[in-house]
Write a protein that binds this ligand. Structure first.
Ligand SMILES: [Zn+2]
Length: 307
């Protein structure tokens, strides 16, 4: 069995079929747009991009996650629910996070979710996405962008859908805000299967709760093996709700920081902008990254850019 596999003699009809298949493959490869495009490249020759995000503006994100990221020089995105008192009461800290290179992302003002979905008794009636129109929600999201601009001065950012719910009053709302953002995290998932098909406005993200460090590291390792993008959405870090322990979070950050040739860890706004640049090199400056991609030294290690 083992020896005969793949060694069967080819008859004339098999040889003809093989020749036709080869010819067809060559014809398709000449006319396929993908075959002519360069392979996807992340800055610094990294194998994968990693987008770490922290939703809902929780105290443990400022107290635990942000110092851990800063200590290792890793950049992330904080998707703020802007009505949270943790935004208004700790404004200087969010502003410093933005100044340090983290993105303050849009997670709406009031975090509306569909109350009809399972386990959603906690959704207040006046924040029920089943009863909020697309027009009304877009107004809320644009006002959230204005508030964020007042905090960080930025004009480009990304969005994460509260509860990853795609419908407002039963209608898809993400298409209505697509032009207001560089990228959108819209679904549960985590690792992009292919860069050729990845839509920056429909990115899936993992939502680990009570996960181990090894489980978190496995997500980014999968992205490195595929050469794509890993997105992880955290809530509490060592506290608050839907939490991951401080130890598990730290284990992931140390793994990422220890392998700069494998992982480009950046804010989602810069990752999405890079994605667009790779696809459309002549894209307008609106989508250019705010800072140049990291430089490399002679050994291919990432080196910090000169200020
Ligand atoms: Zn949320």
């Amino acid at each position: 069995m083992k020896q005969t596999m793949g060694k069967q003699p080819q008859g004339p009809s098999t040889a003809l079929a093989s020749a036709l298949l080869l010819g067809l493959t060559l014809v398709l490869s000449v006319f396929s747009p993908q075959a002519r495009s360069e392979p996807f490249q992340w800055p610094g020759g990294a194998r994968a991009a990693v987008s770490l995000s922290y939703d809902d503006a929780l105290p443990s994100q400022l107290d635990t996650a942000l110092p851990a990221l800063n200590a290792l020089g890793l950049k992330a995105t904080f998707y703020l629910t802007l009505s949270s008192p943790v935004v208004s009461q700790r404004l200087p800290e969010w502003r410093r996070a933005a100044a340090a290179g983290h993105e303050l992302g849009n997670h709406t003002l009031f975090h509306p979710c569909s109350r009809s979905a399972p386990g959603r008794d906690w959704v207040a009636a006046h924040r029920d996405l089943d009863r909020i129109s697309v027009t009304q929600l877009r107004e809320e999201i644009l006002l959230a962008n204005a508030y964020l601009h007042a905090i960080d001065g930025q004009t480009e950012r990304t969005f994460t859908a509260p509860c990853t719910d795609p419908l407002a009053a039963g209608q898809p709302y993400l298409p209505a805000i697509k032009t207001d953002f560089v990228g959108i995290k819209s679904r549960i998932g985590g690792v992009a299967p292919s860069m050729a098909t990845l839509d920056p406005w429909d990115v899936s993200t993992a939502g680990p709760v009570d996960a181990s460090g090894a489980a978190l590291i496995a997500i980014v390792q999968e992205a490195a093996a595929k050469g794509t993008l890993a997105s992880i959405t955290f809530h509490g870090i060592g506290g608050d709700y839907l939490s991951v322990s401080q130890e598990a979070h730290q284990a992931l950050l140390q793994h990422l920081a220890a392998h700069p040739k494998l992982y480009w860890v950046e804010s989602f706004v810069k990752i999405a902008a890079h994605l667009r640049q790779q696809r459309e090199p002549a894209a307008t400056s609106r989508f250019e990254p705010a800072s140049p991609p990291p430089a490399q030294d002679g050994q291919g290690r990432l080196v910090p850019a000169v200020p």
